[in-house]
Design a protein around this ligand. Structure first.
Ligand SMILES: Cc1cc2nc3c(=O)[nH]c(=O)nc-3n(C[C@H](O)[C@H](O)[C@H](O)COP(=O)(O)OP(=O)(O)OC[C@H]3O[C@@H](n4cnc5c(N)ncnc54)[C@H](O)[C@@H]3O)c2cc1C
Length: 417
């Protein structure tokens, strides 16, 4: 994509998830950015603002061992830099965490009559695939002592007697976390400070003329008023909804449920993220694999498997299956008296954008469709981790005309469309 750094630009970003908001942020921090010559409008269909989809309801793991490597290499370093520059520790809960696979059995809870497998009424159980590609897991069976089970000294919020084994998944310093809702909103706020604008409305079509994007039609959320926003560049970052504007995109949507738990203030919830394998009591052979994320402030986030529920038209209309949330709660509290004594805060569901052909995400210019059209979607289960790198690359693409910080050829839209 050819671009003159000084030429006026009207940039429209569709979607205020972590990808759209991070891109707005990185554009405003590009050395050639000037609010006098460049406008940035982020369009968000939710009436509640940014991060109402997966970006606000994800776990928030940031890992050097995530994939694809091309994006991870720039993203992790960028996360570290952002946290330092903007006090991410206080602003969005940035910190390094221990991370491991935990295997064991659940305790029988008094009221436990129905341990379902955590899948919502949407159907088939689907893995969120975070641990795919990791080597082994190295699970040992049946060790007796805490040490021999591999449990770290400070991981006291899982029941040792129910633990079969714990295996660290990465070296210290290779795994961190953010609170994804706070991170996404911070990126948007910091972009607004430098002149970007958040528009609450729904993008209804991309307009193309003579092989170039010219504008985006939107309908404002509050007034229902329609408007056409002229654009030299359109960045499609609408997550699982991206095909509604570009139907040829091979993106599908997987619904996943999650809950947050507030542990008692007297309990020390050490910073660990656990990928569990819990053998359910009285359901011989049935195991469940909730992911559990300790967060600052004694909050714990836990999510269950994905399902095939249909994607609604708007993020605000995502339907929550209470049974799926209840199952996550039962499963995680069955291995931890500390969680069991806590109270459930949020119960939520969201849609993960996945690339149907595997791989992804899809990131880059799509000149074969239209000059000025840029796609950034299909970040699967690593969108929180990979957002800063994606955004940095896209800011270079728009402002310099090419990506310098990484070789993202494998992710280019022409490989998928
Ligand atoms: C349970 C779960 C746990 C996860 N945990 C992690 C994790 O620990 N680490 C990690 O790296 N990743 C994780 N992920 C993945 C991560 O959440 C996603 O990859 C990421 O949030 C995708 O961001 P996005 O901006 O592309 O999409 P979204 O967050 O879905 O944002 C897209 C936005 O576009 C808006 N939109 C859609 N259509 C339109 C339109 N026509 N006009 C205007 N706006 C529109 C939507 O309303 C939405 O706000 C997890 C995902 C799930 C489901």
């Amino acid at each position: 994509m050819k671009s003159n750094a000084d030429s006026p630009k009207e940039i429209v970003i569709i979607g205020a998830g972590i990808i759209g908001c991070s891109t707005a942020y990185q554009l405003t921090r590009h050395p050639s950015f000037s609010a006098a010559t460049t406008t940035i409008k982020v369009i968000e269909a939710s009436k509640h603002g940014p991060a109402q989809g997966a970006s606000g309801k994800a776990g928030g793991l940031v890992a050097k061992w995530a994939y694809p490597k091309e994006l991870v290499d720039i993203s992790f370093a960028e996360h570290v830099k952002l946290a330092k520059e903007h006090n991410g520790q206080d602003r969005w809960g940035w910190r390094y965490v221990g991370c491991g696979s935990w295997e064991g059995k659940g305790a029988i809870l008094p009221e436990d009559a129905d341990f379902s497998d955590g899948v919502g009424a949407g159907g088939r159980r689907k893995s969120l695939e975070k641990t795919f590609g990791l080597e082994g897991g190295g699970r040992k069976s049946d060790p007796v002592s805490r040490k021999r089970k591999g449990l770290p000294d400070d991981l006291l919020w899982v029941d040792e007697s129910l633990t079969h084994s714990y295996s660290p998944m990465a070296a210290h310093g290779d795994t961190a976390q953010v609170h994804p809702f706070l991170f996404t909103n911070s990126m948007m706020d910091l972009a607004i400070e430098k002149g970007a604008e958040l528009v609450l409305g729904r993008a209804t079509s991309l307009n193309i003329s003579d092989g170039k994007v010219t504008s985006v039609d939107i309908t404002h959320n509050d007034s229902g008023k329609r408007e056409t926003l002229s654009a030299t560049h359109v960045i499609l970052a609408a997550g699982a909804w991206s095909p509604s504007l570009l139907p040829s995109l091979p993106i599908s949507a997987t619904r996943a449920h999650s809950i947050t738990i507030h542990a008692q203030p007297s309990v020390d919830i050490a910073p660990y993220v656990l990928f569990t394998e819990i053998a359910l009591p009285e359901r011989r052979g049935l195991t469940v694999s909730p992911e559990i994320y300790a967060r600052p402030g004694n909050e714990i986030y836990a999510c269950g498997p994905g399902d095939d529920s249909l994607l609604p038209k708007n993020v605000d209309d995502v339907i929550l299956d209470e049974v799926a949330c209840e199952s996550i709660w039962k499963h995680v509290s069955s291995i931890s008296p500390e969680l069991r004594a806590g109270t459930v805060g949020k119960r939520q569901a969201c849609f993960l954008p996945t690339v149907e052909t595997g791989g992804g995400p899809i990131v880059g210019a799509a000149p074969h469709i239209a000059q000025g059209l840029i796609i950034a979607t299909g970040h699967t289960c690593w969108g929180i981790s990979n957002a800063p790198g994606t955004a940095k690359a896209l800011s270079e693409l728009v402002m310099d005309g090419h990506i310098q910080c990484a070789n993202l050829r494998k992710l280019e839209p022409s490989n998928y469309l």
